[in-house]
Design a protein around this ligand. Structure first.
Ligand code: C5P
Length: 399
């Protein structure tokens, strides 16, 4: 996916810099040419020789290297790239970028460029949460800089929390997504995925079974065709795809609010397995199990139907609304009825009878129901189902 692309990789000075060597290898494996740029601090963590050996290219380090200015000035260096990736992006580098500093080669390249920029922040959790970094991250996002990560987890400094650099495969996928262009370039699609959790009390919840695999594959396939994807996900088993905007929610009501906030969009795909009910008066404290006492009775209240709500919008309805129908009997007939009842344009119906192995598995057997009729697809991997659907959405939006 990165074949023929040139990436200028700016390595900042943080402990995560050691991962930049792996990043160079993986980007090259995908066909990209990588030109490394090390900040002075980065050289404390990785040597220019290793970066150069893995990139099989010259490493750039100093703003005032006159030979390089004669060969290739910093303006050309940054403009020759299809994408600038800053990994790790330290708090200091982010501050420089947000404020337009240009006092070393890395910051000057970032100022001089007119190509897209993606950063993978990596820093101590307190630094990431500091109001100055929050401001800088927001400013950079508003300037059109794509952020990948940071992830949450154990940190080299012994603390735990957000601030770890995103893993290398995630950065590679985000770079591929940032460079993807295709029939959905300029289009925005909202995708829901995963289950919702409806609390009974702070430790218990009711939910539907859903791995989030199909919704994640759909979001990835849409991004690969160039779409801007807002991925609204409940607590799923599979990690969200890279290169999409992730909105994490717990409950159906939060999912509806996140979807509404993400509109307007050109299309919306509702792949989430939303719980049909939530528990009335869910308590803030744990319900105690008392020996001999009757089990508590749960009063269930119907959740909003997100698909039906969006499909029924009189203003701002996405031109293409796609729902799913997980059925065990009379799949096509039930799905047709569901399409009419929900008011959506398409329904992807799948047979989730226990014998099919579809629930939680890698494959899906889908029937696409549109106004024109029903079309059965062969049994395909969830990735292939997603790719087909993404192409069909692109065709439909093209007109
Ligand atoms: O009614 P049923 O749950 O079978 O409908 C499935 C479709 O409706 C899926 O696309 C699902 O994401 C969507 N849905 C929803 N909000 C709900 C229930 C289902 O968006 N509360």
């Amino acid at each position: 996916m990165l074949a023929g692309k040139r990436i200028l990789l700016i390595v900042g000075g943080g402990i995560a810099a050691f991962k930049s060597l792996e990043l160079i290898r993986r980007l090259r494996e995908q066909g990209a040419a990588v030109t490394p740029v090390l900040t002075r601090a980065a050289e404390e963590f990785v040597t220019p020789l290793s970066a150069s050996a893995l990139a099989a290219e010259k490493v750039y380090r100093d703003l005032f290297d006159l030979t390089d200015e004669a060969e290739m000035g910093h303006i050309e260096l940054s403009r020759a790239a299809d994408l600038l990736v800053v990994a790790p992006a330290t708090a200091d580098l982010m501050a420089k970028m947000a404020n337009g500093h240009a006092d070393d080669l890395a910051s000057t390249l970032l100022m001089a460029t007119d190509t897209p920029v993606m950063i993978a922040p990596a820093m101590n959790v307190r630094m990431w949460e500091h109001p100055a970094t929050r401001r800088n991250a927001a400013r950079l996002a508003a300037d059109g800089v794509a952020l990948v990560g940071p992830a949450e987890g154990d940190m080299a400094c012994g603390e735990y929390g957000p601030g770890r650099m995103a893993e290398v495969p995630e950065i590679v996928a985000a770079a591929a997504a940032a460079l993807a262009s295709g029939p959905l370039t300029g289009r925005k699609v909202v995708v829901t995925s995963g289950p919702t959790h409806e609390p009974i009390d702070p430790v218990r919840y009711i939910a539907n079974r859903s791995s989030g695999a199909q919704g994640t594959a759909i979001a990835r396939a849409l991004a690969a065709l160039g779409a801007e994807v807002v991925f609204v996900t409940g607590p799923a088993d599979v990690p969200p795809p890279a290169g999409v905007t992730v909105k994490r929610v717990e409950t159906a009501r939060e999912m509806l609010a996140a979807v509404e906030a993400a509109l307007p969009a050109d299309a919306a795909v509702f792949a989430a397995a939303v719980a049909d009910w939530h528990v009335a008066g869910a308590t803030g404290s744990k319900i105690k199990k008392k020996p001999g006492a009757a089990a508590p009775a749960l009063e269930l209240v119907e959740n909003p139907d997100i698909l039906a709500t969006v499909a029924g919008m009189t203003r701002g309805r996405p031109p293409l609304v796609v729902g799913f129908a997980a059925e065990t009997d009379d799949v096509t007939a039930n799905a047709r009825a569901k399409r009419t009842r929900k008011g959506c344009d398409w329904i992807l119906a799948n047979d989730v009878s226990p014998g099919t192995g579809i629930m939680g598995g890698d494959e899906n057997a889908v029937t696409l129901i549109t106004e024109a009729g029903a079309e059965s697809w062969p049994r395909l991997s969830k990735t292939e189902v997603a790719a087909r659907l993404a192409h069909r959405i692109a065709e439909a939006l093209a007109g």
